[in-house]
Design a protein around this ligand. Sequence first.
Ligand code: S3P
Length: 451
Amino acid sequence: MSSHGPAAPMTAHRAGPLTGTAHVPGDKSISHRSLILGAMAVGETCVTGLLEGQDVLDTAKAMRAFGADVARDADGTWRVHGVGVGGFSEPEDVIDCGNSGTGVRLIMGCMATTPISATFTGDASLRSRPMGRITDPIALFGAQSHGRKGGRLPMTIVGAAAPVPVRYVTPMPSAQVKSAVLLAGLNAPGQTVVIEKEATRDHSERMLAGFGAVVTTEDTDEGRVITLTGQPELKPQTIVVPRDPSSAAFPVCAALITEGSDVLIPNIGLNPTRAGLFATLREMGADLTYENERTEGGEPVADLRARFSDSMQGIEVPPERAPSMIDEYPILSVVAALSTGKTVMRGVKELRVKESDRIDAMARGLEACGVTIEEDEDTFIVHGMGAGGVPGGATAAARLDHRIAMSFLCLGMAAQKPVTVDDAGPIATSFPIFVPLMRELGARLEDEAAR
Ligand code: S3P
């Protein structure tokens, strides 16, 4: 069974200012897709800037189990020798995706139209997350699934021997679901169509096109219609992974709330399907600027500069913006607590099925730190206490969720009394250098086990 070892409590003390340059790691979404699409191409895909977090390492291991050759050079370049669309072999053992919903869901999709079986599992967080959102559409291709009650892992997928193409309207805004269907569609004949009512991150579409698949996107009255022509030969690529805006969010927000701070975060991907947090922060009055704006590898990129902002105001976050900042609500709720007035986040029920129930995790931890919140199934409201106004002095449960752990450590950097997270271990899934990077900027993070 997957686990990351004994809990590693950590405390953040008010310190600062945070100053300097923060080079955050590669984008997690693009890193998973680089390995998966590389494994489905014929020949050698070369990836630099890959996020070497546990989630992505688990995907690399899975791709090896399906027959691809995945290796890392001493200089950090990753080489993937793919086996071609439909070329996966049956894994000899259970595929353990650790903490990663993106990993397991995309991999289930990409093997669902090959006549092999695979059994998937993960850590306690992943084993509690719903997989019906993947097993429903892959059943339409002809795949079968056998999991635990409620569509939970461990689960065996039996890939379709004679897959048919599918037209699928995603029932919730989810790039993982869209991507799983497109990846399954790769080994089905004819055209697979995915329709999403709200646009979600489009890395799969962009990267599939980069690998030589025929994929088109059209905005219609029905929503965004993505059409993929099946059974292409994917051509290996050279990929430079941009730095992750969802990881950049932490040093950006820490700088905005910590007195005297001025931090530069270079080379951040600002794909519009990912940049909702930064727009929201600017509307709240954050001193956040984009420098050196440019295009790299077809994606908009900029250097972000974040300075302490003592007069941020709460806002109503437009619900239609949720998919472009879905992973950023936990850290936004920390910024909201240190702003003036109410921040209202609606249309956020997907947060309840992330690595943890993120509304509940943030609500309980913020309350323990003296912040007033309101919540219902689909809404989260934080009553701001102004810059420096949060009492802190509590321990928050990380619940095996990297973003919850990092959010509360950022809160501790600006709260009046220290904030402890009961386990900082999960941070390694997406941002393994978070602690040294934040310390280098001036944060005071104490490892409780070392005391
Ligand atoms: C991701 C999609 C999002 C996001 C996750 C990464 C992806 O999940 O929360 O961190 O890479 O496709 P959903 O598709 O469930 O919204």
